[in-house]
Design a protein around this ligand. Structure first.
Ligand SMILES: NC(=O)c1ccc[n+]([C@@H]2O[C@H](COP(=O)([O-])OP(=O)(O)OC[C@H]3O[C@@H](n4cnc5c(N)ncnc54)[C@H](OP(=O)(O)O)[C@@H]3O)[C@@H](O)[C@H]2O)c1
Length: 271
């Protein structure tokens, strides 16, 4: 079943329906895991200057033998690099470390006071052809509304914390209205989902693992998950989610586990 294998952004650019997260991989782990992931069939890799592994990600892409144009590379501008000039420079540095002359997607990592100036730089880089798509991350409804009120161009993606403990229903609806695609970070709630009885029951009934059930849930919500793993067998497991469907009832059960976010509230960050 291929129906979730790609999504189309509002500018017509296609994005794979699932990607590999690389947070907390060092350069060596990123180089090895990215090459393994591309060999297993992944075509999107998510990194950020803050992860300190862009060089490793670039090496993984090169050594995989997969043509650069077949890989969707995502990076992010870090908080201390926000503002117009700094963002232009930060993007150049990321391109150098990743050993590429363009990014498929560049995101503002967190909303900050200077995010409007940062966004202007992203628009400029997009128009110069250095970025095929531009977006934001950790933007709440009021951050998106503010950007929409002040700019000509809307983000194509909002990458936010999203998992069964934190399903972000209001934000997802708002993004859908604006035609902003939602990408889920910590899609597996960093592994905390595995012990939940309701998820285990659904997994048993489909002959799948809990991780596969949850990743499938993201895809059926029309969100793009970017699970991180450094293990070859889990890379394959996390990709093997396109041969079954969850029922409406199962989708509801998964979204009703009601715990809380893992990461910080974007309005309260101190970094
Ligand atoms: N924009 C942002 O602010 C932001 C913030 C955080 C993360 N992100 C991005 O989102 C990506 C994903 O988020 P995340 O890494 O925080 O959390 P995650 O993907 O929800 O969880 C990763 C954890 O789950 C484990 N895992 C992966 N597949 C598994 C499986 N099939 N069965 C059991 N355990 C499994 C991994 O362990 P092993 O590696 O040992 O397999 C790792 O400990 C990041 O890597 C990063 O690229 C973005």
């Amino acid at each position: 079943m291929k129906e979730y294998s790609t999504r189309t952004l509002y500018n017509g650019v296609e994005i794979p329906g699932i990607g590999l997260g690389t947070y907390r991989m060092d350069d060596a782990a990123a180089a090895r895991t990215v090459a393994e992931a591309l060999a297993a069939g992944y075509r999107m890799i998510d990194t950020a200057s803050m992860y300190g592994n862009e060089q490793g990600v670039g090496q993984g892409v090169s050594s995989s033998g997969i043509p650069r144009e077949d890989v969707f590379l995502v990076s992010k501008v870090w908080n201390t690099d926000q503002g117009y000039q700094r963002t232009i420079g930060a993007c150049e540095q990321s391109l150098k470390r990743l050993n590429t002359d363009y990014l498929d997607l560049y995101l503002i990592h967190w909303p900050k006071e200077q995010s409007f100036e940062t966004w202007k730089a992203m628009e400029k880089l997009y128009r110069m052809g250095k970025l095929r798509a531009v977006g934001v991350s950790n933007f709440k409804i009021h951050h998106l509304q503010d950007l929409a009120d002040r700019s000509d161009m809307l983000p194509m993606i909002n990458q936010v914390e999203l998992h069964p403990f934190y399903p972000q229903k209001r934000l997802r609806r708002f993004c859908e209205k604006l035609d902003v695609l939602v990408c889920s970070w910590a899609p597996l709630a960093r592994g905390r989902i595995t012990e939940i009885p309701q998820l285990n029951e659904i997994a048993r009934s489909h002959g799948k693992t809990v991780s596969q059930i949850v990743l499938r849930w993201h895809c059926q919500l029309s969100a793009v998950p970017i699970p991180k793993t450094v293990h070859a067998e889990r890379l394959r497991e996390n990709l093997d989610i396109f041969d079954f469907s969850l029922s409406g009832e199962e989708m509801k059960i998964i979204a009703s586990l009601k715990r809380d976010r893992i990461g910080p509230d974007p309005d309260l960050i101190t970094f």
